[in-house]
Design a protein around this ligand. Structure first.
Ligand SMILES: NC(=O)C1=CN([C@@H]2O[C@H](COP(=O)(O)OP(=O)(O)OC[C@H]3O[C@@H](n4cnc5c(N)ncnc54)[C@H](O)[C@@H]3O)[C@@H](O)[C@H]2O)C=CC1
Ligand SMILES: N[C@@H](CC=O)C(=O)O
Ligand code: NA
Length: 815
């Protein structure tokens, strides 16, 4: 025999009741059970509401009551065929007449005692259970309605009555022995020895089910609700949370203490005493396995779940006068207990210099006053400091029985918190080793939960949260690329890349769960106006662990926020060269900060797009090589322009083509002026370990003087046409000597040079084509012949691919 209970959410509508009936019918073929029901979804709340309105001597409770009656009547009419309806309809009618009288009484005397309230609430369970019994009978079941008040005997603590198990167990067994058929029992209610109606407290129907299970030595207790069991963390805060298949009673109790309110400790007590397994199932997903709660903890997982409690204040009681003084804690806790303040967590270090107590925020001010009063003289004498209160805190706890004697849990917990910049204010662990709790700032709660969830449950599976600024040529190509690889990375590389925010210069938008990258469009006027500070605030507000800012702009304003970003332990990936080619101090500061904060700052595409130039150089330097010189073609657009020029196409036209093909900077003058190449050689020099400043780079510009100040790119392109002849001449001069024009950069002896050169066929750059880049590293190790990297060095795809590779690398590093 099993006891099966369905809660209010499972029977909140006709459709849901039909689902419940199918579950019952399917089960009836296989096993023997009795049923326990709550009131129909929402009814208890409405009865409470009526009572409170009536108490204020207002008549509007009548309307609610009438609606309630209609709802119950309608359910009878749907569940029971006309010819069998009369009993149920009469039952409902009579109950609502009684309720009407009851509320009228409350209305008249303006008072509703706990005793009356229990009686009022009992109608919800009685009505639902009676109607459902009739519904089951109409479906051919031999169902018997059992008003639990006949068998569940309690004391008279109305609202949370204590069960007299001895009498109750005997009555339940007598009833079951003398009544064949499917027993359908009202949850939540009982009665005193005088026959007064009582209720058995919060989540009382679950408790009723457990009382019956225990009395009958049931082989199992099933609680059907609207979630698929107890989850590893609150799914509203941790979207990767999943159902825990198996918990021990103690683990379930520990988890429910901090938040996982699927099952209440009180419910478990009677089942636990008799070692009856409890299964939590989802009425709306009956095929899902749910959670089994029994006396063992199932698989060997160290941590079963992570729970949390917000709105906590931390009270710090400290002073030199506390050390080795006996009785201080008795006084602290005595004073709090006298004031009925519940203590959630306690922490005291062995120095005995301070005691730290977590309480609910609503009790904060009162608790501070009470302790200060208790220690009035000690504070006055300076033996104790004034009580300090830290508001807006939260407690997070990792829970699992197998932590016992199993080192490593706390290490992993605090490493994950630290790595994600979550400051821990207090720590507590009981010697049962069932739970390690930490007090953190409320604003870090979601991030902390996710970080812990990843560390304990998804340690091989990483979610990387991307915030993308710049949805232009490169940004768009990047989104497409991530979209096409997202699933494969999840499945084969255990790396889940989600984009939660994106912005261009005018608008920004966000998505808590991550955008659908196959359909997402760049932000537009329907979204939020772009504001970098707000972008960062929203990003921080989402509080994800393991986040990265991807900057696909060419903007100085965006690179100016890198310091803030790294400081907040958020990584950066960018093709934008502004940060690394600005003041040397900034370059150094960012590197240092990333190191200090343990986050990554990747910028492979700063030089030669996706070609492995930066990584190669950094590897050379890290492995102890010394860079003697660098000779390079570093501009895809310039190489394209000067090699295409040879086909006889006018200069202004090839520049337009380079722009069209996505090789140039947003403003092609940045390429033609040599600035873009200057930035790149500067970055290479710095990564090679040299203290290079922009002044150390000699740059030859290809922008004709009268084009320099054109007010727009279009005007510039137009003006450029007048100079086609000049470039044609340069080309002819070179060709006459059997040479080709190459725009290149060199770095030697701490000086860099950028400009146009005519090179003969002996030179390695002579054969470069299209958007090719080529970099020659002459180093201590690569001395006789340089190390060479060559290939297309500009364009949407090769750049986006390089950015994407950096993102993946960053994701993998954070494992
Ligand atoms: N095109 C290429 O082959 C390569 C480009 N890069 C770099 O990639 C970056 C992006 O280039 P493209 O996509 O071609 O440029 P783009 O002009 O097509 O796109 C830039 C995007 O940034 C946005 N933006 C500009 N300022 C902003 C601000 N302050 N806040 C928010 N958004 C802002 C724009 O609205 C636009 O969405 C540049 O830094 C460029 O140097 C690097 C390697 C190769
Ligand atoms: N505009 C650059 C591409 C980005 O770095 C180039 O032409 O190489
Ligand atoms: Na590169």
């Amino acid at each position: 025999m099993k006891i099966i209970k369905f809660g209010g959410s499972s029977i909140s509508s006709i459709e849901n009741i039909e689902k419940v009936f199918s579950i019952i019918e399917e089960k009836a073929e296989k096993e023997d059970f009795a049923l326990v029901f709550s009131a129909f979804g929402g009814v208890t709340e409405q009865l409470l509401q009526c009572a409170s309105i009536a108490q204020q001597s207002e008549e509007s409770y009548n309307a609610i009551l009438q609606e309630l009656e209609k709802r119950h009547m309608a359910i009878v009419k749907k569940l029971v065929p006309v010819q069998q309806q009369s009993t149920a309809l009469t039952f409902v009618k009579v109950r609502f007449n009684e309720l009407g009288d009851l509320f009228h009484g409350i209305y008249l005397i303006k008072e509703c005692s706990d005793r009356t309230m229990d009686y009022v609430l009992s109608f919800g369970e009685r009505l639902a259970t009676f109607i459902l019994t009739a519904g089951l009978r109409a479906r051919g079941k031999e169902a018997v309605y059992l008003d639990a008040r006949d068998v569940v005997k309690t004391d008279d603590r109305f609202g949370h009555a204590r069960v007299d198990f001895k009498t109750t167990d005997a009555l339940i067994n007598d009833y079951f022995a003398s009544h064949p058929g499917l027993k359908v029992i009202t949850g939540f209610i009982g009665s005193t020895s005088k026959g007064e109606t009582t209720t058995v407290g919060r989540s009382g129907s679950d408790y009723t089910a457990a009382i019956f299970a225990s009395a009958l030595d049931a082989e199992g207790l099933e609680i059907w609700t609207d979630v698929s069991g107890v989850m590893t963390a609150d799914p509203k805060l941790v979207y990767a949370a999943f159902t825990i298949p198996h918990l021990s009673y103690s683990e379930a109790m520990e988890l429910s203490h901090f938040g996982a309110k699927v099952v209440f400790p009180a419910t478990m007590q009677p089942a636990m005493k008799k070692d009856i397994p409890i299964v939590i199932k989802n009425t709306f997903a009956p095929d899902e396995e749910g959670t089994l709660i029994s006396n063992d903890s199932g698989n060997g997982k160290m941590i079963k779940g992570i729970s949390s409690m917000g709105n906590i204040s931390l009270l710090n009681i400290q002073g030199a006068g506390l050390v080795e003084v006996i009785g201080v804690s008795r006084r602290v806790f005595g004073a709090l207990a006298d004031a009925e303040i519940n203590v959630i967590l306690i922490s005291q270090a062995s120095s005995e210099h301070s005691i730290c107590v977590a309480i609910q925020s609503k009790d904060g001010a009162k608790a501070k006053a009470i302790i200060e009063q208790e220690f009035y003289y000690e504070i006055k004498n300076g033996d104790m400091d004034e009580v300090v209160i830290f508001p807006e805190m939260a407690v997070i706890a990792v829970v699992g029985e197998n932590m016992q004697h199993n080192p490593g849990a706390s290490g992993r917990m605090f490493q994950a918190l630290g790595r994600n910049n979550v400051n821990v204010t207090a720590i507590a662990q009981g010697s049962s080793e069932l739970n390690i709790s930490a007090v953190i700032s409320q604003s870090d709660l979601q991030k902390a939960l996710n970080a812990l969830h990843e560390a304990f449950f998804l340690s091989d599976y990483k979610v990387l949260h991307v915030f993308l600024v710049g949805v232009g040529l490169i940004g768009k190509a990047l989104i497409k690329m991530i979209a096409s690889q997202q699933k494969k990375l999840q499945e084969e590389n255990m790396l889940d890349i989600q984009i939660h925010g994106m912005a261009n210069s005018r608008y920004m938008k966000f998505h808590e769960d991550g955008f659908d990258l196959n359909t997402v469009a760049p932000p537009d006027e329907n979204d939020i106006p772009m504001d970098m500070d707000k972008f960062i605030d929203t990003m921080s507000g989402m509080n994800f662990s393991n986040s990265v800012l991807v900057d696909c702009t060419a903007s100085q304003d965006v690179s100016d926020v890198y310091e803030r970003i790294l400081d907040a332990k958020v990584g950066i990936v960018t093709p934008n060269k502004k940060a690394n080619s600005g003041p040397l101090d900034t370059y150094k500061k960012l590197k240092k900060l990333a190191g200090q904060r343990g986050v990554r700052f990747f910028y492979e595409t700063n030089v030669a797009a996706g070609l492995p130039v930066i990584n190669t150089l950094q590897d050379l330097v890290l492995s102890g090589d010394h860079i003697h010189s660098i000779e390079a073609v570093l501009s895809g657009s310039m190489n394209y322009i000067f090699s295409e020029l040879e086909k006889g196409i006018p200069f202004s036209e090839v520049v337009a083509q380079a722009k069209e093909k996505g090789y140039t900077e947003p403003d092609p003058r940045d390429d033609l002026s040599g600035m873009d190449v200057a930035r790149k050689i500067l970055i290479l020099g710095r990564d090679a370990g040299q203290d290079l400043h922009f002044e150390d780079v000699e740059v030859q510009s290809m922008v004709p003087e009268d084009c320099q100040d054109a007010s727009s790119v279009e005007e510039f392109m137009e003006k450029l046409k007048a100079h086609d002849g000049h470039f044609q001449k340069l080309l002819e001069e070179a060709n006459n000597e059997g040479k080709k024009l190459r725009f290149m950069a060199t770095l030697e002896n701490g000086k860099a040079k950028v400009g146009l050169n005519a090179l003969d066929s002996e030179h390695p750059f002579y054969t470069l084509k299209g958007s090719d880049n080529m970099i020659l590293f002459t180093t201590e190790r690569y001395n006789d012949y340089p190390m060479i990297v060559r290939g297309p060095g500009a364009g949407a795809d090769v750049t986006a691919a390089g950015v994407f590779a950096d993102i993946i690398r960053l994701g993998n590093y954070s494992r």
